[in-house]
Design a protein around this ligand. Structure first.
Ligand code: FAD
Length: 293
């Protein structure tokens, strides 16, 4: 298919990008890596009147550490996130999750922020933002807005940005040096969108788990933080029995869809298996107290 006609604008500043979006009456689209947007435009699933290309803007292609928060700019490509030494050392779970994102050619163009804005329920980076308590920073002609990750994902491919807002960066937590972590995923082929993934981080204090974070994707319309699982694990020793209880809880409470790729029952079963593996790995790392792989 060929795309419907559109205008193409390459702004010189974020302010100009925001003004252009505002002037389109909700009909403009930011283009970052174009890896998701261009196929949708070619299939005429979206028909923006204007594409606002932010790739030439300065200051958006940086990864910066600010205390215990990492800032990932809007044009940081997946390959940059995957190879960044600070991420490898301070947020190893993000490094691990990034290994599952697509293939080399897509990773050379696709961006971290674009993936989060695209809000695909089977994408890894939206889950990482939820798990790592991210804030999405958006600018418009009205100023800057910070959106907490749980308020950002409204549905499959739907986020809470206003039509004239441009994401400039996403801030995420680094992990404490002694945190255990794990990311587990099942996809039919490496680099395909996942059927389901689990991410978890926790610490060990006096033989018990604390600061537990647990999230999943592929089991709903949006990535999920699962407070019931976090509460079940918090304050407990992570034993095979506890992991069975977590799997049972997921089996009882998750409501995934049946689709072409897997039935709801299969996804629920998968969720339990991935959760057990992830908790065992995270606990092993936390007991060692180094956070290393
Ligand atoms: P674009 O395609 O440029 O934009 C996507 C959407 O986000 C558009 O609606 C756009 O307007 C909006 N947007 C982008 N940037 C901004 C911004 N700064 N502010 C406001 N809105 C913005 N992803 C995975 O997570 N896992 C996979 O396994 C995976 N496999 C893939 C396999 C293939 C063959 C392909 C083509 C893609 C795959 N992807 C996968 C998607 C890939 O990661 C995309 O790069 C990503 O989803 C979108 O990033 P992008 O920079 O290309 O965004």
């Amino acid at each position: 298919m060929k795309p419907a006609p559109f205008d193409y604008v390459r702004p010189n500043s974020i302010a100009e990008a925001a003004e252009t979006l505002a002037s389109c009456g909700g009909d403009g689209k930011i283009i970052a890596g174009g890896q998701s947007l261009m196929p949708m435009i070619n299939f005429r699933l979206v028909k923006p009147s204007v594409l606002v290309d932010i790739n030439g803007l300065p200051d958006l292609s940086r990864i910066e550490l600010n205390g215990n928060r990492l800032r990932i700019g809007a044009t940081v490509r997946h390959y940059m996130t995957a190879t960044d030494p600070v991420i490898m050392e301070r947020i190893p779970i993000l490094h691990e999750a990034m290994r599952h994102v697509a293939h080399l050619t897509v990773r050379n163009r696709g961006t971290f922020c674009g993936s989060v804005c695209h809000a695909d329920p089977a994408a890894e980076m939206p889950l990482m933002t939820l798990l790592l308590d991210a804030e999405i920073v958006a600018k418009s002609s009205r100023g800057e807005r910070r959106i907490a990750a749980p308020d950002f994902f409204l549905g499959s491919l739907v986020n809470s940005l206003e039509p004239d807002e441009c994401v400039t960066m996403i801030e995420i937590d680094t992990l404490p040096a002694d945190a255990g972590w794990a990311f587990e995923e099942f996809a039919r082929r490496h680099g395909d969108f996942a059927l389901a993934s689990v991410g978890t981080t926790l610490r060990e204090r006096d033989g018990r788990a604390t600061d537990v974070r647990f999230g999943m994707m592929g089991v709903g319309e949006i990535p999920l933080r699962l407070p019931a699982v976090e509460a079940l694990v918090e304050g407990q020793e992570v034993t095979p029995r506890l992991m069975d209880e977590v799997a049972e809880l997921l089996g009882d409470t998750l409501t995934p869809n049946t689709d072409l790729h897997a039935s709801a029952d299969y996804r629920r079963h998968l969720a339990g298996g991935l959760a057990k593996r992830a908790l065992a790995d995270a606990w092993r790392r936390a007991e060692r107290g180094t956070g290393e792989a």
